[in-house]
Design a binder for this molecule. Structure first.
Ligand SMILES: Cc1ncc(COP(=O)(O)O)c(C=O)c1O
Length: 426
C-alpha cells in the first residue's frame, strides 16, 4: 500500500491549504525584500551570495516577494524532485506529523525499515544507513571505508580532481576543488586526488595504504562531466584486483535524475558487462527527500555490517517523518513514470540546447536527463543572473557551466519555455 494511503487510514487530517497569497506592499513600509535583506545583513552568517527573496512555490514555479513568477529548473540544486508544494509531500508531511515526527534511533520505526527495503530493491543486495544530508552520507561512506581498512592499516581514499563531496572536514578533504578548501587547512589526511576519467592515474595513485576510490558518476558542481563506461568498468576491475572499495557519490547524479535510479546504470546502458557493475557503497540525499532533509548510504553485501552497533550514528537520521516523505516521493515517481519523463525531457533539452551551440555565447551541452550542463563563454553566474531576470531559474557550476536540474516531473511545455527564454535572453 502506498505510504500516503496507509497514513490516511491511520489519521484523519485535512491537507494544509496551499498558501496562495503574495504579500501586498503596505503603504509607508519598505518592500519585504528590503526588510528581509537587512535581516540577513545583520543576523545571518554570509556564507553565500543570495539572489531573489522567494515566498512560495507550486509545481515547477516559484514566486518572489513582488509576486513575480519564475520557472524553477534549478529545483533548489537538484532537491525538489516533485517540484514545489506537491500534494504527495504535503499530505504525507501533514499526516505523519500527527502520528510520529521523531523517535531517535534507539527505537525501530516502520518507515525507516520500509524505505531501506525499497532502496535495497532498487540498488542491490545490502543494507542502508540513514542520515540527513549529502555531506553526512559521504562522511559515512568515508568512515565505512576507514573502518573496513582499519585492521589492515589502510585508510587512504582516492577521489577525482574537480569533484564535490560536501563541506564537512572529511568531505571537504575528499573534494577535488582547491577553492573551497582555502582557509580550512590543515585538512584531514588520507585523500589523493587524480584526474577524472583517467584510469591510469588511479592505478598510479594506489599505495599499500589505499582503501577506496570514491567518485561521482557525473560531476555536478564541477560542471557536469560524465564518467566514461571504460573508466567505470576499469575502476571496478582495478578496485577488485587491489581489494579496494569502489564507493559512489550519487547525491546529485542519482535518484532517477539521469532517467535511471543511479547514473552508472544510464552510463553503462548497452555496454557489455555494464549490467554487472555495482559500487560497494552509494551516498544519496537531495531528491530523495524532495526538500525534506534526508541522506542515506546503501552498503553492498558483504560490507553491510562493517558498521556495527555504536560505531556510527545520528540523532535525526531516518526519522519516521523523513522516511515517510521519501517513500511517498518514491511511490509518486514510480506511479507517474517520472524516470522515463525526465529521460525524455533531458533529450528534448539536449536537442534544443545543441541547436543553440555557437550562438548566444553557448559553447556546448553535456549530461543526461535532469542533470544537464550548458557551457557558456564568460561567467556562468552572470548568465544565471540574466536568465533569472528573464524568469528562468538555473544553477551555476564550475568550468563555465550552467546547470539545468529540473524536478523529475517537469513538462515538455516547460522545457520549451526554458529554451525560449535562453534563446531570447542570451
Ligand atoms: C555530489 C555532491 N555530493 C555531496 C553534496 C553535499 O550535499 P549536502 O549539501 O546535502 O551536504 C553535494 C551538494 O551539492 C553534491 O552535489
Amino acid at each position: 500500500m502506498a505510504v500516503a494511503d496507509s497514513l490516511a487510514m491511520t489519521v484523519e487530517s485535512p491537507l494544509p491549504p496551499t498558501i496562495t497569497a503574495t504579500p501586498k506592499p503596505v503603504a509607508g513600509e519598505p518592500p519585504l525584500r528590503t526588510t528581509v535583506e537587512s535581516l540577513f545583513d545583520r543576523y545571518v552568517v554570509p556564507t553565500v551570495n543570495r539572489g531573489l527573496t522567494l515566498i512560495r512555490g507550486e509545481g515547477r514555479h516559484v514566486w518572489d516577494d513582488q509576486g513575480r513568477k519564475y520557472l524553477d529548473l534549478g529545483a533548489g540544486v537538484a532537491v525538489s524532485s516533485l517540484g514545489h508544494a506537491h500534494p504527495a509531500i504535503r499530505e504525507t508531511l501533514a499526516l505523519q506529523a500527527g502520528v510520529l515526527i521523531h523517535c531517535s534511533n534507539y527505537y525501530f520505526n516502520e518507515w525507516q525499515g520500509r524505505l531501506a527495503q525499497r532502496i535495497v530493491e532498487l540498488t542491490g543486495p545490502g543494507k542502508v544507513f540513514f542520515c540527513n544530508s549529502g555531506a553526512e552520507a559521504n562522511e559515512a561512506v568515508i568512515k565505512l571505508a576507514r573502518k573496513f581498512g582499519h585492521a589492515s592499516g589502510r585508510y587512504e581514499v582516492i577521489t577525482a580532481t574537480n569533484s564535490f563531496h560536501g563541506r564537512t572536514m572529511a568531505t571537504l578533504s575528499a573534494t577535488g576543488q582547491e577553492k573551497i578548501k582555502q582557509g580550512f587547512e590543515p585538512l584531514l589526511p588520507g585523500f589523493t586526488h587524480v584526474l577524472f576519467n583517467d584510469l591510469a592515474a588511479v592505478e598510479a595513485a594506489i599505495t599499500p595504504k589505499t582503501i577506496a576510490v570514491h567518485l561521482e558518476g557525473i560531476q555536478g558542481e564541477g560542471g557536469v562531466f560524465v564518467a566514461t563506461p571504460e573508466y567505470l568498468l576499469g575502476l571496478r576491475e582495478l578496485t577488485r584486483k587491489h581489494d579496494l572499495l569502489l564507493t559512489w557519490d550519487g547525491v546529485q547524479c542519482g535518484y532517477f535524475r539521469t532517467g535511471r535510479w543511479q547514473s552508472y546504470e544510464r552510463i553503462l546502458e548497452g555496454v557489455p558487462g555494464g549490467e554487472d557493475f555495482a559500487p560497494d557503497a552509494i551516498a544519496m540525499a537531495k531528491s530523495l527527500g524532495g526538500g525534506y532533509p534526508i541522506g542515506a548510504v546503501w552498503v553492498r553485501e558483504p560490507y553491510q555490517d562493517v558498521f556495527g552497533p555504536g560505531s556510527h550514528g545520528t540523532t535525526y537520521g531516518g526519522s519516521p517523518l523523513a522516511c515517510a516523505v521519501a517513500l511517498a516521493i518514491l511511490d509518486t515517481v514510480e506511479r507517474e513514470n517520472l524516470a522515463e519523463n525526465i529521460r525524455a525531457r533531458g533529450e528534448q533539452l539536449r536537442a534544443g540546447l545543441t541547436a543553440l551551440i555557437g550562438t548566444r555565447g553557448i559553447t556546448g551541452v553535456r549530461g543526461h536527463g535532469g542533470l544537464m550542463g550548458m557551457t557558456v563563454e564568460g561567467d556562468p553566474y552572470g548568465v544565471v543572473a540574466r536568465l533569472t531576470q528573464a524568469g528562468l531559474i538555473l544553477i551555476p557550476a564550475a568550468n563555465h557551466t550552467v546547470r539545468f536540474l529540473p524536478p523529475l516531473n517537469v513538462t515538455a511545455e516547460e522545457i520549451d519555455e526554458a529554451l525560449a527564454v535562453v534563446e531570447s535572453t542570451l
